[in-house]
Design a protein around this ligand. Structure first.
Ligand SMILES: [Zn+2]
Length: 453
């Protein structure tokens, strides 16, 4: 435990709390000031940005080029603002030394990279404290106060890979008042259930698919816990799953949207109207596939995020493959931060189907979300394979929906999209398949003929 660090964090958290009372105008002024500081720092110290933004130093943010993950990794050594940080040296680090600071002042984490190559992210000690505090704020909004005198038991079922964000945050957030049981999400469910029964956590923190799996265990009377707070993260959270978890434990979930690059990107307050974007730490632009802005209330194809608190590895208009919708309405809690409703899926979850008219049609994840809401399965997964579209259903709620009806619903909906309708297979399963990281991809393509598009 690290008492000075906790005091440092709690004073940062106090500052964060003041932002809740800001007007929208105050928030935007703060964003412009911190953006200016970030850009000045990048233009002085990052050879990459000196070239990338050449002639654009005075241009507004939305006129700057987009930074992709690929560009970031290709020019890693030039992007960072300390010339001592080199990717080759980071890669040489052994896993068992990951807890130590790199060059005695930097925390290094890898993105999970469920698809494609993982990216590496570097935070100076003070920047890492801001990222940690963003997690502390999520706890705070969920009613678990950082530094709360009452003893709290938190169970975290997540990745225990030392290079990953959840491990690093939990490791460095250790504090004497919150006791955390860390369980590996990829462990057999029986093992996780037994340990949770022994531990009796007051708060449960996990991926939404694991929260669902545990709710099923509780429903089947094998798991007997009564957490007062449930926080979910990292994945798409279908409405049916959310409702089932609430039914089982009688608690509304506090969902979070986290990325390795930003820490907390958005988090729910106790009004549960959606997730508030951490706009005091980030500038988020919702855009279509050509990086044009998308109006509030409509789905974008990608998010461009500018991380205001990381001067070590500046991310300015960094592209995230997430398809989300920012909401028009403000929240009754009065916070000035814009709301995002549930993440509809990663852009890589788009499925591509042959079409008689246009050659090929791209179907976005929210198309399937709408269909699956009508079908009312507690959890589901759609896998596009060469031979057709496989629909995996857990625990169908509506007994009147037969397999034939599911096939019919899909065929009709896809035909309306001018798609040459593939063969539809319906499977009833107890659990969904997971990636090696323990996550469940709700929509995935294993179709070899359309994957390259
Ligand atoms: Zn709110």
């Amino acid at each position: 435990m690290n008492i000075p660090m906790i005091w440092g964090l709690s004073s940062t958290l106090d500052q964060f709390r003041e932002h809740d009372d800001w007007t929208r105008q105050q928030l935007e002024t703060h964003q412009q000031q911190t953006l200016m500081q970030l850009r000045e720092h990048a233009y002085r110290n990052s050879p990459f940005y000196q070239r990338f933004h050449q002639g654009l130093y005075d241009k507004p943010l939305h006129e700057l080029p987009v930074l992709t993950k690929q560009l970031l990794m290709e020019h890693f050594d030039d992007v960072v603002t300390d010339r001592n940080i080199q990717l080759s040296n980071i890669r040489k680090r052994r896993v068992d030394t990951m807890d130590a600071l790199f060059l005695e002042q930097y925390r290094v984490i890898a993105s999970l990279g469920s698809t494609g190559c993982p990216s590496i992210h570097v935070f100076k000690k003070q920047e890492w404290e801001v990222l940690q505090t963003s997690f502390g704020r999520a706890y705070d909004w969920a009613g678990i106060e950082a530094g709360d005198i009452s003893y709290r038991k938190v169970a975290m079922v997540a990745s225990v890979e030392p290079r990953h964000l959840s491990y690093q945050v939990a490791h460095t957030l250790k504090n004497p008042w919150v006791s955390t049981l860390r369980l590996l999400v990829t462990d057999p469910i029986d093992t996780i259930v037994r340990q949770l029964n022994d531990w009796q956590p007051e708060a449960l923190f996990t991926y939404s698919s694991m929260a669902y799996a545990l709710a099923l265990e509780q429903h089947a009377k094998r798991l007997h816990i009564s957490p007062s707070t449930i926080m979910t993260t990292a994945e798409v959270l279908p409405e049916m799953t959310r409702r089932f978890i609430k039914q089982v434990w009688g608690k509304e979930i506090f969902n979070q949207y986290t990325t390795t690059e930003t820490g907390i990107l958005a988090v729910e307050c106790n009004h549960h109207n959606g997730m508030h974007i951490a706009e005091d730490l980030l500038i988020v632009e919702n855009v279509d596939e050509h990086h044009r802005p998308v109006p509030l209330g409509e789905y974008g194809a990608k998010l461009l995020v500018t991380v205001l608190f990381n001067h070590t590895q500046p991310l300015i208009r960094y592209e995230l493959d997430d398809s989300v919708r920012l909401l028009k309405q403000s929240c009754a809690c009065g916070r000035p931060f814009v709301l995002v409703d549930t993440i509809q899926g990663r852009t890589e979850d788009n499925l591509h189907f042959p079409s008689g008219e246009a050659g090929q049609v791209t179907i976005h994840p929210h198309f399937f979300y709408q269909i699956m809401d009508d079908i009312s399965a507690r959890a589901w997964q759609i896998v596009h394979k060469d031979e057709g579209l496989h629909i995996f259903l857990c625990d169908l709620q509506n007994a009147s929906i037969t397999d034939d009806r599911v096939v019919e619903i899909f065929e009709k909906a896809l035909a309306k999209q001018w798609v040459i309708v593939p063969k539809i297979y319906v499977h009833h399963v107890a659990t969904l398949s997971r990636t090696p990281n323990g996550k469940t991809l709700l929509i995935k393509s294993e179709n070899t003929s359309t994957m390259m598009s």
